[in-house]
Design a protein around this ligand. Structure first.
Ligand code: ADP
Ligand code: GLC
Length: 482
């Protein structure tokens, strides 16, 4: 069995702000079946320290970037966890990355450098009895683990860096560098230096043995200037070690046949009870209890990435066409206000819950007729995968993982009987308007609609294929090194 130390800044079921947590929690059991055993290292936020079971301290740092820290081993359900209990870095209420004012914690650079330094030391064998073949870091918050490992003396495991979102890079002024405890040579063009600043993701991408991202299409997109967010040159330079592996879903949490967060369970070929969930969603969202209205759901962070400003422009015409819209989201205050105002203006046709609500997120998948994801870019996207599984027809822009996971209901796909949703491009208000028109036409042809829904529910959105790809990647990295 390959021993993996994964490092992530959030993980289901301990703490979640987005899809990274879903993936960090789902990957370990998925790859266990394919031959790799994972222990996941996470920051010891209050939510983590409270929920950890069987916690045992296995190491103490007298001073980790300004305070003492304990390495605590424990469990969360079936997951093996190492929590970095460093109160000066992580014992703060609320969001892992943001203070109550909605701005990044001023010391995020030190917080996640601390996580990376400790993770690299553990990966390299700091704690007796815990040996690892692979360090697998997720996103910029864990990328420094790869950098510290690179500069570690002595034997060390191979490193993999998975990019879940290139838009977040962990970039700090050069004045941070002397505090990181790295050799001067680390602050170089082929290292941490990034346009005169310190770039955490940049450093990780420079040194990782393998780089992955969460869909094959996003892997191609980020090698180009339009989507490379300034790192495309480096990604092209490292093209030989970059690959895209599509995310899957955790069937134990996202399965309409067993989901305890929805009022009526159902499955493929047994969707008879699905309308019970639609009625419950209409009630929860303040929508008219009309089973025939085409109900479109959105479950999303409200940020420019997700393209939901395009939807705001479409609301009047959607309502005029008899559609209903239910939005669950939080983020950009202007967008939150826009959807709340639309819900007031179009009482009974538009519903909006601002905030983060896991049970409503499940009800949205089980009760919406269609789920909209109009992203400008999308590394993978999980909500469209959940939608497929739950029989909500996904309407998605043709980018990143959205284009890899939804088969557009064009004429050829309909004739071949393989369509699972609707894709549109460009990601503009007009592009979205056309997609919504196509959706309504499909809704009016129920046998075809039902067929597309059935195809979606039968699509393989599991981790199976991708889990073996990760393990094959680990093996190829180990083979390179031997
Ligand atoms: P991203 O990670 O970019 O936000 P993903 O589609 O990969 O996008 O993952 C989003 C995850 O967060 C999904 O599990 C989705 O259900 C969840 N989510 C997003 N917004 C909310 C919300 N307001 N309430 C509950 N869950 C949410
Ligand atoms: C990021 C991306 C999203 C992806 C998720 C999990 O948050 O924005 O597309 O699904 O990570 O990999």
């Amino acid at each position: 069995m390959i021993q993996v130390l994964a490092v992530a800044s959030e993980i289901v079921p301990l703490i979640k702000t987005g899809g990274l947590a879903d993936v960090a929690g789902a990957l370990p059991p998925a790859i266990a079946a394919a031959g790799a055993k994972t222990t996941t290292m996470v920051p010891g936020y209050p939510a983590v320290m409270q929920a950890l079971t069987g916690a045992v301290a296995v190491h103490t740092f007298a001073d980790l970037f300004g305070g003492p820290a304990r390495v605590v081993r424990g469990n969360a359900g079936s997951l093996d966890i190492i929590a970095l209990d460093a109160p000066h870095l992580f014992a703060r209420a609320g969001n892992p990355y943001l203070g109550a004012d909605g701005r990044e914690w001023a010391d995020n650079g030190i917080r996640f450098a601390g996580l990376g330094a400790a993770a690299a030391a553990i990966a390299a064998g700091l704690v007796p009895g815990m040996e690892f073949d692979i360090l697998h870091a997720h996103d910029w918050q864990a990328a420094m683990a790869v950098v510290y490992l690179h500069f570690h003396d002595g034997p060390r495991p191979g490193s993999v860096l998975t990019v879940h979102n290139l838009a977040f890079q962990g970039r700090y002024p050069a004045s941070l560098f002397p505090r990181l405890g790295l050799p001067d040579t680390a602050f170089a063009l082929n290292g941490l230096e990034y346009h005169g600043d310190v770039g955490f993701l940049k450093g990780g991408l420079s040194f990782a043995g393998r780089i992955t991202t969460v869909s094959p299409t996003y892997a191609r997109e980020i090698a180009g200037i339009d989507n490379g967010m300034g790192l495309d040159g480096l990604l092209r330079h490292r093209a030989g070690v970059v690959s895209g592996i599509l995310n899957g879903i955790d069937d134990t949490l996202w399965n309409p046949a067993t989901d305890s967060l929805i009022p009526a369970q159902y499955g493929r070929g047994r969707t008879g009870k699905r309308p019970v969930n639609k009625a419950a969603l209409q009630q929860r969202m303040g929508l008219e209890p009309n089973p025939d209205a085409l109900l479109i759901g959105v479950v999303s962070r409200l940020t420019s990435q997700k393209g939901l400003d395009l939807l705001v422009d479409q609301i009047d015409s959607m309502v005029a066409a008899g559609m209903q819209l239910a939005v669950l989201g939080a983020g950009d205050p202007d967008l939150e206000q826009a959807f709340l105002a639309a819900a007031e203006w179009h009482l009974g046709s538009v519903g909006c819950i601002v905030g983060y609500d896991e049970p409503v997120a499940h009800l949205m998948q089980a009760g919406s007729d269609a789920l909209l994801v109009p992203s400008r870019f999308e590394p993978c996207g999980l909500t469209q995968l959940y939608a497929l599984r739950y029989g909500a027809i996904p309407v998605v822009s043709r980018v990143g993982g959205l284009s890899d996971s939804v088969i557009d209901a064009n004429e050829a796909a309909l004739v071949a009987g393989v369509a699972t949703g609707i894709q549109f491009w460009p990601a503009t208000a007009d592009g979205l308007g056309t997609a919504l028109h196509r959706l309504r036409t499909l809704w009016q042809d129920r046998p075809v609609w039902d067929r597309v829904q059935r195809n979606g529910m039968a699509a393989d959105v599991s981790w199976r294929g991708s889990a073996s790809r990760y393990v094959a990647l680990y093996r190829s990295l180990l083979a390179d090194r031997s």
